[in-house]
Design a protein around this ligand. Structure first.
Ligand code: PMT
Length: 352
């Protein structure tokens, strides 16, 4: 008997992982509505022969309880995604912006950052009116016009998610809806995606307790877990310590490339904190998933420099020189995001 080809084996394993994940973890309640909105949006732009990009943005949460009081989160504010979306719009793309609820949004990001309350840009005018301060007026008007243009022309669809599972259900659904766009579809995966999660069947129903009563509840949960042959993920609350047991989230980039959007252009991001492994991890990702571009970035320098890793080309660093690292009014500018999208524009300086 001949052994299965390694490529095929990997493929069926990825498909099995997809099947198991979506069978075990319920879709978000909003999925049907999102799907209908995305379908109408894609149809509208397909009939105009327009390119459509799915931009993912912000962090995904990992709930610890079914009735969620506590969850694990990550740092992402959605700056990269929201900034990049504006530049895709400028470049003529229709943008589906799949973002973490309450993270930064295209255009409004300029005025919504907590350190730059939008009220600080306004003052009371005559006869009870509200007007922008003179020094901000020009920039505000420019942002407002772009925002209105995107809205009036139905160029921007905002779809929120919260948990890792919401994110993955939405990603799969929208990718499959975008399939008929073929090479006119682009996936720009800037969201910070959790690598670990608590599977639904091991999640405790109620708020995890910190007192002795907790012990009894946990034991009860454990007992019910044993009945089904499963252990709850909260394995112990002993001496006030909480031990949580997380499963790996399957890497769905493989399924996106091979199954959900085989003709789309796919750009993923690779985030690291250790500079010595960034490039090699980005190459590894490209080799493993065989997509078009990996943009590597480090947590501490992500706003100023990224590395582009593409098949068959040398790595290309894009760096914003120190003297050009200015903050926007909102302080939420992602300058290298702009530079990357303008690729070749003077704002990006290579190898400096
Ligand atoms: O929002 P900001 O504050 O501006 O920050 C921007 C950013 C740093 C979040 C962004 O630039 C970025 O790097 N996003 C990707 C973060 C991330 O998920 O990196 P990763 O190394 O864990 O994953 C790499 C790739 O695998 C990602 O494209 C992700 O979509 C994919 N992935 C990850 C986990 C998983 N279970 N399945 C996946 O397919």
């Amino acid at each position: 008997m001949s052994a299965a080809r390694p490529g095929l084996e990997r493929q069926s394993t990825a498909e099995e992982a997809e099947h198991d994940y979506f069978a075990m973890n319920d879709p978000p309640r909003s999925l049907q509505t999102h799907s209908a909105q995305a379908k109408a949006f894609i149809g509208h732009h397909a009939s105009r022969d327009r390119r459509v990009v799915l931009v993912t943005s912000g962090g995904t949460t990992v709930p610890l309880e079914n009735q969620t009081v506590r969850f694990i989160d990550n740092f992402s504010a959605g700056t990269r995604g929201a900034t990049s979306a504006e530049y895709f719009l400028k470049a003529g793309y229709a943008v589906i912006f799949l973002h973490r609820q309450y993270s930064l949004l295209p255009y409004s990001r300029h005025y919504s950052h907590s350190t730059n309350c939008f009220l600080d840009f306004l003052r009371e005018g005559s006869h009870g009116s509200v007007v922008a301060h003179e020094e901000y007026r020009e920039e505000m008007l420019s942002v407002l016009r772009k925002y209105n243009w995107a809205k009036e022309n139905n160029m921007l669809l905002l779809l929120p998610f919260t948990t890792i599972t919401d994110y993955l259900w939405n990603l799969r659904e929208i990718a499959q809806l975008m399939r008929p766009l073929g090479s006119k579809s682009l996936f720009y995966l800037a969201a910070a995606v959790s690598d670990f999660f608590v599977p639904k069947d091991r999640m405790v129903e109620h708020k995890i307790q910190s007192s002795d009563a907790a012990e009894r509840n946990i034991r009860k949960a454990k007992d019910s877990g044993r009945e089904t042959g499963l252990e709850p993920s909260v394995t112990s609350v002993q001496s006030k310590r909480l031990v949580v047991d997380l499963d790996p989230v399957p890497k769905f980039l493989k399924r996106l490339v091979d199954g959900w959007a085989p003709e789309g252009m796919i750009v993923s991001f690779k985030l690291e904190t250790d500079p010595s492994i960034l490039a090699s991890k980005a190459h590894y990702s490209l080799d493993r998933y065989s997509h078009h571009l990996v943009i590597g970035n480090l947590l501490s320098t992500r706003k100023w420099e990224v590395v582009f890793v593409t098949p068959g080309s040398p790595d290309r660093w894009i760096r914003v020189p120190k003297h050009r690292r200015t903050k926007s009014l909102s302080g939420s500018e992602d300058q290298v995001g702009l530079a990357a999208l303008k690729s070749g524009n003077a704002e990006a300086t290579e190898g400096c």
